[in-house]
Design a protein around this ligand. Structure first.
Ligand SMILES: *[C@@H]1O[C@H](CO)[C@@H](O)[C@H](O)[C@H]1NC(C)=O
Length: 691
């Protein structure tokens, strides 16, 4: 398999980082750091594992907004999204079917926020990060590690959406709530037990499974919808609603992680408590309970007071910005960088050296991947095969095989390729004739692993060879043209930047030669009254795979069902779309509000990356002084982008991102199936593979 040779990300590690820390012009003015430690709210919470959300807010809001930091954040993000992000101008007013879902004029939003006076930097962060979230694009995530997921703010009552025997949908406290809380948050249970009123005091367990009639006095569906308006991450409203609820994700190394959902787990200390009006299982009366949110420390960074909080968490850190590879004299064998955004990418761990080999397409979220364990049910089949991110199962019907994938990224890429092939071949040899691929909450990952799975599922044919994925285009505005010109002039002779020709291949399956300007002829698109320049179409460099593989499909592709909660993003989306549109596979969304159209995937993208990688390319190609180049962040901020945009399969000229992906089946969840993957798969097999 061909490997990408350029390095994505900054390159600061170890001693180099220490060197950069002393030389980088990143710290805020001394005057910005308030000197007083009297009543220091950050000192109050320092070193504590669990604290009240209001105490976290007291620390956050004690940091006054520096006009310099605010303008800097706006300028870096504005210029990054303007020069490099493929989707900025589409997102001003998205095409159908997403016209009602995505429409943010960032120019006027940035101008508004420049004018607005904020009482604290935290208040600005709320406004800024929500504005970026409204793009509903998980690739364009903005994170400020001074605030986002410093704490995870939790209540012990994750919610689920269940359909009863009459077909009516109600919000419930998750049936597994107590099992989760007693195993994962046992050191905080007393606080919640004691918060329960009167005869319910100490009986948190009895709330599991309860029907939720009101949330803070409101119809629960109203609360779900209000949340979907600010949740971000997916274009389709169904996927944003579904993120409110608890779900699971296949874990790396076997088993499943528990995803508490955005009601029960928040990346910011937004709320102090929630009041639920509930009807418990086997109870005919309603109870009203108020449970406190509690904030759980979730960063490895430490502080003792406000000054050290700011210094360690809020100002730019050594890896916040890119570096000029060629002026630092890096040894090429030095470990590639860990961009701080990697922590927020929704994929499993990658080896640092793989970062420069494998392009990824992956969602970013202000909450890192959950490490909670899905509470186990009483009857659990063991997987036939469990290797890294790959697990396979055979259902009791002996006809249905299951492959689970929580992301498309693994520490051992070739091992995972073999595990996919071996696992599927074994299922077939055991008599399975149909396959469920469970990609619930799969945020994407290595693009070529998606291509690989498509190729082995569908066999050798024109849709899988020489390339199995989408053709892509990248932005080609004046700054990018200068970067590629510099590459063509030999200014990237170590093949380090994102624009090096070695990353790119023409649609006729020949590699772009080193001195070739692959941006020409420029594809000028008119998008929402803006002229936006893109490259001609290019393809991924995944093949040949250099591995023996069957030429025939392992399962008939119309006997393959791709199953998720609609939150299948990026590489997961590209794979699902290719399997659905090109190979006739079935798509299934499990759960979801029943009068809402469920997209089987979202945020297709093409290849994603971040500000650090762009800054690394800009600096290494000596373009930092270009007027369109973003300056360095002076805060501990990060910005993701869609770097290459996948073009459509059916509508070939337009991005796949904005095309409709309605699920073939929407299967409701019940108290018996919710968050029980094995039960879900049997239900899917019955519904999809009947006849
Ligand atoms: C492939 O396409 C590129 C770009 O259009 C062209 O320059 C090149 O000559 C083509 N190569 C072959 C072998 O057709």
């Amino acid at each position: 398999m061909l490997c990408k040779t350029a390095l994505i990300g900054s390159v600061l590690t170890g001693t180099i980082a220490a060197l950069a820390a002393t030389t980088s012009p990143t710290v805020l003015d001394r005057a910005d750091v308030d000197a007083d430690t009297f009543g220091d709210a950050c000192r109050t919470i320092a070193g504590k594992k669990w604290v009240a959300p209001k105490d976290v807010r007291a620390c956050f809001t004690s940091i006054s907004v520096s006009p310099k930091a605010k303008d800097n954040i706006i300028e870096v993000v504005d210029k990054t999204l303007a020069a490099f992000h493929t989707s900025r101008y589409y997102q001003k007013r998205a095409p159908q079917p997403f016209a009602a879902e995505v429409g943010v004029d960032l120019d006027s939003e940035f101008a508004r926020m420049r004018r607005t006076r904020y009482s604290s930097e935290y208040e600005f962060h709320l406004d800024f990060s929500r504005t970026i979230k409204r793009l509903n694009d998980g690739h364009a995530g903005y994170i400020n590690a001074c605030y986002d997921s410093v704490y995870l703010t939790l209540v012990p009552t994750p919610l689920v959406l269940l359909t009863d025997k009459r077909g009516d949908q109600y919000v419930h406290i998750a049936p597994e709530a107590w099992d989760l809380v007693s195993s994962s948050f046992s050191d905080q249970i007393d606080v919640w037990q004691n918060a329960l009123p009167g005869n319910l005091r100490g009986k948190l367990k009895s709330l599991s499974g309860a029907k939720v009639l009101k949330i803070n006095g409101q119809d629960p569906f109203k609360v779900v919808n209000a949340h979907a308006q600010v949740a971000g991450a997916f274009q389709g409203v169904g996927a944003r609603q579904n993120g409110f609820f608890a779900s699971y994700r296949a874990a790396n190394g076997g088993g499943f992680n528990y995803v508490p959902g955005e009601f029960a787990q928040k990346s910011l200390p937004l709320e102090d408590s929630v009041t639920l009006t509930i009807q418990r299982i086997d109870s005919s009366k309603t109870d009203t309970v108020t449970l406190p949110y509690r904030s759980l420390l979730a960063t490895g960074q430490t502080w003792t007071d406000k000054a050290s909080f700011r210094q360690n968490l809020c100002v730019a850190q050594p890896d916040t910005n890119g570096e000029d590879w060629y002026s630092r004299g890096f040894a090429t064998e030095s470990d590639p960088p860990e961009s701080p955004l990697f922590k927020f990418q929704q994929q499993d761990k990658m080896k640092p050296e793989d970062r420069k080999k494998w392009a990824v397409n992956v969602a970013v979220d202000s909450t890192p991947l959950s490490t909670l364990k899905l509470p186990r049910g009483p009857v659990e089949p063991t997987p036939l095969l469990s290797y890294s991110i790959v697990q396979t199962f055979l259902l009791p019907d002996k006809k249905t095989g299951v492959l689970t994938l929580g992301s498309f990224t693994a520490g051992d890429v070739y091992g995972v390729m073999m595990a996919m092939l071996d696992g599927l071949t074994e299922l077939r040899s055991l008599g399975a004739t149909q396959l469920i691929v469970d990609v619930t909450n799969n945020g994407g990952g290595i693009i070529c692993l998606g291509h690989w799975l498509h190729r082995i599922l569908a066999g050798a044919k024109s849709t899988t060879e020489p390339q199995a994925g989408l053709d892509t285009i990248l932005r080609a505005g004046p700054l990018v043209q200068r970067l590629v010109k510099a590459v063509n002039e030999g200014k990237d002779d170590s093949w380090m930047t994102a624009y090096h020709t070695s990353w790119y291949r023409f649609p006729n399956n020949t590699d772009v030669p080193e001195n070739y300007n692959y941006l020409l002829p420029i594809d000028n698109r008119r998008i929402n009254d803006e002229r936006v320049e893109f490259s001609p179409r290019l393809i991924d460099r995944c093949q040949p795979f250099w591995v023996d593989m069957p030429t025939k499909p392992i399962f008939p592709t119309n006997k393959v069902a791709i199953v998720s909660n609609g939150r299948c993003a990026s590489t997961c989306a590209m794979l699902s779309i290719a399997m659905s549109k090109q190979e006739g596979s079935k798509t299934v969304v499990v759960g979801g509000v029943d009068n809402v159209k469920q997209q089987y995937c979202g945020i297709v993208g093409g290849e994603s990356t971040d500000f650090v990688a762009m800054d690394f390319s800009v600096k290494s190609l000596k373009m930092k002084n270009h007027p369109l180049a973003p300056p360095d962040f002076i805060t501990n901020s990060m910005q993701g982008i869609t770097f290459r945009l996948g073009l459509g399969i059916w509508n070939r000229h337009e991005p796949e991102e904005w095309q409709d992906h309605p699920a073939d089946y929407q299967i409701p969840l019940t108290a018996e199936t919710v968050n029980k993957p094995y039960a879900v798969w049997s239900e899917v097999a019955k519904t999809v593979f009947k006849r």
